[in-house]
Design a protein around this ligand. Structure first.
Ligand code: ADP
Length: 244
């Protein structure tokens, strides 16, 4: 973990849909190198918060990544500042190979000319990403034929080759086998060595094993924050989850 890495600083974030505050004055800090899990009941505002950070919905307040204010910038500018996300359903190009998917993602950040120039070899950044996501041996397979977990890892790889420094992952282990969950947890640890990671997740077993810190959201607000143990011991959290 290094101080030179950028962290996420959110202040008084609000997103209102037709008068309804889906995110209602959220402030939170994610330290550089953290793996922050974002949990809360359905409708708590987790996805909307991530949408606001990545520029998909209009919001007020402040969202800084490092020194950069993200609010008010268009989606592609936020992406260029090193912020990337995955969705619950992996969005890979199914009819292209793993390598082609990564190559296109790498090229997207640097222009078509670079993409054309590098036709011959596998660029270092792509080779490194393949290694990190454990798909080196699958590089020539069509992405559409990958297992569910492998598609999720490919999507993460596509962020890595774009030099994304803040990764926001939406339920990355949903639908995965236990082995795939374990591999994904390991992958998060590697990714967070020199990046900041925020994970929306419902899987409590996965959270207990791999979260470094947790933010619990409820009705658009932060209900509780801390380590897994701190959050689990918080009576407010027990009330929301267990109803007592
Ligand atoms: P979570 O991800 O925690 O399940 P969401 O962020 O998806 O919660 O939703 C928070 C609230 O905002 C919910 O009440 C949801 O119905 C509402 N909401 C989300 N997106 C929209 C939208 N595009 N238009 C209107 N309401 C929305």
């Amino acid at each position: 973990m290094s101080d030179e890495l950028a962290g996420l600083r959110i202040r008084d974030l609000r997103v209102v849909f037709d008068g309804f505050p889906a995110v209602d004055g959220v402030s939170l800090d994610v330290r550089p190198g953290d793996i922050r899990f974002l949990i809360g009941p359905n409708g708590a505002g987790k996805t909307t918060l991530v949408d606001a950070v990545t520029g998909l919905v209009k919001a007020t307040g402040s969202v800084c990544f490092g020194e950069q204010e993200l609010l008010g910038r268009p989606v592609h500018r936020i992406a260029r500042l090193g912020v990337g996300r995955t969705f619950q359903t992996a969005t890979v190009f199914e009819e292209l190979t793993v390598l082609q998917n990564l190559d296109i993602a790498a090229g997207a950040g640097r222009g078509a000319l670079t993409l054309l120039r590098r036709r011959r070899g596998v660029p270092e950044s792509v080779a490194r990403a393949l290694e990190t996501i454990g798909l080196t041996g699958q590089r020539d397979r069509l992405a559409g034929t990958l297992a569910h977990g492998q598609k999720q890892w490919l999507e993460i790889g596509m962020l890595l080759v774009q030099d994304v420094q803040l990764l926001l992952l939406d339920e990355p282990v949903a639908g995965m086998s236990q082995d795939e969950r374990d591999a994904t947890g390991e992958l998060l640890g590697v990714v967070a060595r020199d990046r900041t990671v925020v994970v929306i997740e419902h899987d409590m077993d996965f959270l207990r094993r791999y979260a470094r810190t947790v933010t619990v959201m409820h009705v658009g607000k932060v209900l509780s924050e801390g380590t897994v143990a701190e959050v689990q011991a918080d009576p407010k959290v027990q009330e929301v989850y267990l109803g007592h």
